[in-house]
Design a protein around this ligand. Structure first.
Ligand code: RB5
Length: 144
């Protein structure tokens, strides 16, 4: 069985963290679709979120990671799209709860707020934690 392909995209504020964790995400047993950006030259976070959304729409990925400086802008951009539940997470607990309660399919990180050691632990928890369903399914269903 092939590994699940995880999309990842970042703006210049998230580039360093993306660069730091891509190989570690692979080491967790996932394949990674790196959707840019590929250096620290300034780019706009809505465009980088759009790269991941396009990969969702094309059916290439069903889960992803987005990184900007704070994680705020890129989460706002991603959540404009139906079916995307992008959670801005900042610790292990929020990474777990984003899956358990919100069935988040995208985790957003702040590259200037979260260091690589914590980030990879959060990614592992996010990618390996199941949605709890039940009352949470009713609530998630109301998101459309
Ligand atoms: C870019 O400087 C910065 O504004 C962006 O990465 C992000 O933090 C926006 O929310």
């Amino acid at each position: 069985m092939s590994n699940e392909l995880i999309g990842i995209a970042a703006d210049h504020g998230g580039f360093a963290l993306k660069h730091a964790i891509v190989e570690e995400v692979k080491a967790l047993g996932f394949d990674v679709l790196d959707l840019g950006t590929h250096d620290e030259e300034s780019v706009d976070y809505p465009d980088m979120a759009e790269n991941l959304i396009a990969a969702f729409k094309e059916g290439r990925v069903s889960r992803g990671l987005l990184i900007c400086g704070t994680g705020i802008g890129i989460s706002i951009a991603a959540n404009r799209h139906p079916g995307i539940r992008a959670a801005l997470c900042y610790d292990i607990d929020t990474a777990a709860l984003a899956r358990q309660h919100n069935d988040a399919n995208v985790m957003c990180l702040g590259g200037r707020k979260t260091g690589p050691d914590l980030a990879i632990k959060m990614v592992k928890v996010f990618l390996e934690t199941a949605f709890e369903g039940g009352r949470h399914a009713r609530r998630v269903g109301k998101l459309g």
